[in-house]
Design a protein. Structure first.
Length: 224
């Protein structure tokens, strides 16, 4: 019996898998949350830096004026005749120590210690008041001796420069008093921390300016 030829069944083509292109992940760089948004704190600090730069220009102009008029005695007293260097050195030391006490206040603020922050702020304010008091005593003594601002160009430039710095220190002391009240009422909230930081920059700036006054006005004046 003849066998029927076997029918070859054509194999069904396997469905081709679609090539799926895998996207290569883009390189991700570290990015701070809300990187492009600037909060009110950064704007406050920037504005205060601009103020300090303008204040530096003011004192630079006063130093330049004293440099021009510092030798114009008009027959009046010279720096060697009227300056009491030990008293001025004491006042300089007081202001430098106040800068250290304010530094301790900032350290206490960073650790969240409200009472210690207030204690160091009070110490700084008392030293600032002492500085202004000694400066007023010096001015009163000079005026009593007839060394008034109208006496000569040297005295006009001297009184203008030193009194401008003294007004700034007085303002700093008032600012410290305001911050003491703020810290007492609201604690070390971010706003108060930012204000204390601005006050710190202002206070240390006044120290730097006074070192210039002590060197340029008093020390060099005694050598003339």
């Amino acid at each position: 019996m003849a066998t029927e030829p076997t029918k070859k069944v054509a194999a069904k083509p396997r469905p081709r898998k679609k090539a799926v292109a895998k996207a290569i992940p883009a390189t991700t760089f570290y990015q701070l949350k809300d990187d492009h948004a600037h909060g009110p704190g950064s704007a406050t600090l920037l504005g205060f830096w601009i103020y300090l730069m303008s204040d530096a220009l003011l004192f630079a102009a006063l130093f330049a004026t004293f440099g021009v008029l510092g030798a114009s005695y008009a027959g009046g007293p010279t720096p060697r005749e009227i300056f009491e260097l030990p008293l001025v050195a004491l006042n300089t030391a007081i202001l430098l120590v106040s800068s250290i006490t304010y530094g301790f206040a900032m350290l206490a603020m960073d650790s969240g210690a409200v009472k210690r922050t207030q204690m160091w702020l009070v110490a700084t304010a008392l030293l600032g008041i002492s500085f202004v008091g000694i400066e007023l005593f010096e001015f009163g003594k000079l005026i009593a001796e007839g060394a008034t601002p109208q006496r000569s160009g040297f005295l006009s430039a001297f009184f203008t420069l030193v009194s401008t710095h003294g007004v700034h220190v007085t303002f700093g002391v008032v600012w410290i008093g305001i911050m003491l009240v703020q810290v007492q009422m609201r604690g070390l909230i971010p706003e108060n921390r930012r204000r204390l930081l601005c006050l710190s920059m202002f206070w240390h700036f006044l120290d730097v300016v006074w070192i210039g006054v002590f060197t340029f006005v008093y020390l060099l004046g005694m050598l003339r």
